[in-house]
Design a protein around this ligand. Structure first.
Ligand SMILES: [Zn+2]
Length: 440
């Protein structure tokens, strides 16, 4: 069935960075078959007049399981946030809580124009996250979070955790023609042993997929890591042969010069999470320096419990603004930020041939933005990337499409029952909080 988006302003993010006015996009069997004129007939036409079509945003570091905890863990440092709130809350998640949390998260992502994610699951109920990805139509990687170092809350036996990871990878990796993929997720070097990281690497290599972890997020993590391993976390992961182009490190705020060189030399991927880094007072990621070093990085919201939104437009704006007081007003310009949130984010995930730009042959992951609001009044007179990064709000999203399927249009979801999710969320959360009291 051929779909035509008619008469839009198309921000292609192709290698020439073309922006095309009054242009059609044609889609057939999930794929973009033309940008511009095409001789065929459309079975379905979507009016793109006065709309801007962009590639769907890509957020390569998300915690779907934490959306239910939004607002329950504010104003804490990372290690307090983890040990006092997040780990006890994740421990108390049952299957129904995971279902409601992940569905709420994906609804917010789709409504805000995000079409691809890399999710770090939790220790339990990872299969529910995959069911959410399957049902909602969003594209992404997810994986069981892996923790085997002793702590009072979340930890598992290493062999059992890896055995379950293999079973999940066999069941879910490359589901729905590759829309859904598996990526094992050792949490960070303070909570996952060297052997667990090595096991995750072997699993990832055997399925030709990614290893996803946190590294160099806070100074406390660095000093604890040095106590434990005699080396800071990124250098330690390099010593273990974990790094490389199929490894995604969230944060990278506090890498020393040796570690920054390691990341650049090994083509390891980074994810900048600006709101999370600010809210947890983790620090300032030196993103303009990463650009100078040729490091490939994406931009993401992290989790709703440390942000408290999963808003890709908010993250782009924050990424741009927070670089400027430290690196100058010209640092990380809007055109670069938008690339990090689209085609560069795709490269972080090894998906740059499939998504991240609006080009013939790519998956039809397309967002239509309605620029009729007051804050876009003179939009045709200023550079489009400045509009997209500094002025666009997630509420400007009119339509979100993944693989040619419309998941959200004009305030309506096609794969999600928002009333059911919102109706169940309070009692599901109350049950989680009851279980925490029983456990304490
Ligand atoms: Zn995270």
């Amino acid at each position: 069935m051929t779909t035509r988006i008619q008469n839009a302003t198309v921000v292609t993010m192709n290698p020439q960075r073309e922006v095309l006015n009054n242009t059609d996009i044609w889609i057939d069997d999930r794929i973009i078959i033309a940008v511009g004129d095409y001789g065929g007939e459309a079975r379905k036409t979507i009016d793109g007049s006065n709309m801007v079509a962009i590639p769907g945003l890509i957020q390569p570091h998300i915690h779907l399981c934490q959306t239910l905890f939004r607002g329950l863990a504010d104003d804490l440092s990372l290690l307090e946030w983890l040990t006092k709130r997040i780990w006890p809350l994740e421990t108390a998640l049952n299957a129904q809580a995971m279902r409601i949390s992940s569905l709420s998260a994906v609804a917010e992502l789709i409504r805000g124009g995000t079409t691809t994610i890399l999710d770090m699951g939790s220790l339990r109920h990872t299969e529910i996250i995959f069911q959410t990805l399957l049902k909602t139509g969003i594209r992404g990687y997810a994986g069981k979070c892996l923790m085997d170092r002793p702590n009072r809350f979340l930890m598992e036996n290493r062999e059992e955790a890896l055995t379950e990871s293999y079973a999940l990878a066999r069941e879910w990796h490359n589901q729905d023609r590759g829309r859904i993929r598996y990526a094992p997720a050792p949490r960070f070097t303070l909570s996952a042993s060297d052997k667990l990281f090595e096991g995750a690497r072997v699993l990832a290599d055997s399925f030709q997929t990614l290893v996803h972890t946190h590294a160099a997020e806070t100074l406390d993590e660095i000093s604890e890591g040095v106590k434990l391993h005699k080396r800071p976390p990124v250098a330690h992961l390099h010593d273990l042969n974990i790094l490389g182009s199929a490894t995604v490190l969230a944060h990278g705020v506090w890498m020393n010069p040796e570690e920054e060189a390691i990341v650049a030399d090994t083509h390891t991927k980074l994810v900048h999470c600006p709101s999370s880094n600010l809210k947890l007072a983790s620090g300032l990621a030196p993103t303009p320096r990463w650009e100078e070093q040729g490091v490939n990085f994406g931009i993401a919201a992290d989790g709703a419990s440390c942000n408290n939104l999963l808003d890709g437009f908010m993250e782009m704006r924050t990424a741009a603004l927070m670089a400027k007081p430290f690196f100058g007003p010209a640092a990380l310009p809007a055109s670069h930020v938008f690339a990090h949130a689209t085609i560069e984010g795709a490269r972080v995930l090894g998906l740059e041939k499939e998504v991240g730009s609006l080009e013939v042959g790519k998956q039809a992951d397309i967002v239509l933005l309605d620029f009729s609001g007051m804050h876009h009044q003179l939009w045709r007179r200023t550079p489009i990337y400045n509009q997209l990064v500094y002025q666009t709000r997630s509420t400007d999203v009119h339509l979100t499409m993944v693989g040619g399927e419309v998941l959200y249009e004009n305030h309506e979801f096609s794969t999600l029952d928002i009333d059911e999710i919102n109706g169940l969320a309070p009692e599901v959360l109350a049950e989680v909080l009851r279980r925490i009291e029983e456990n304490s």
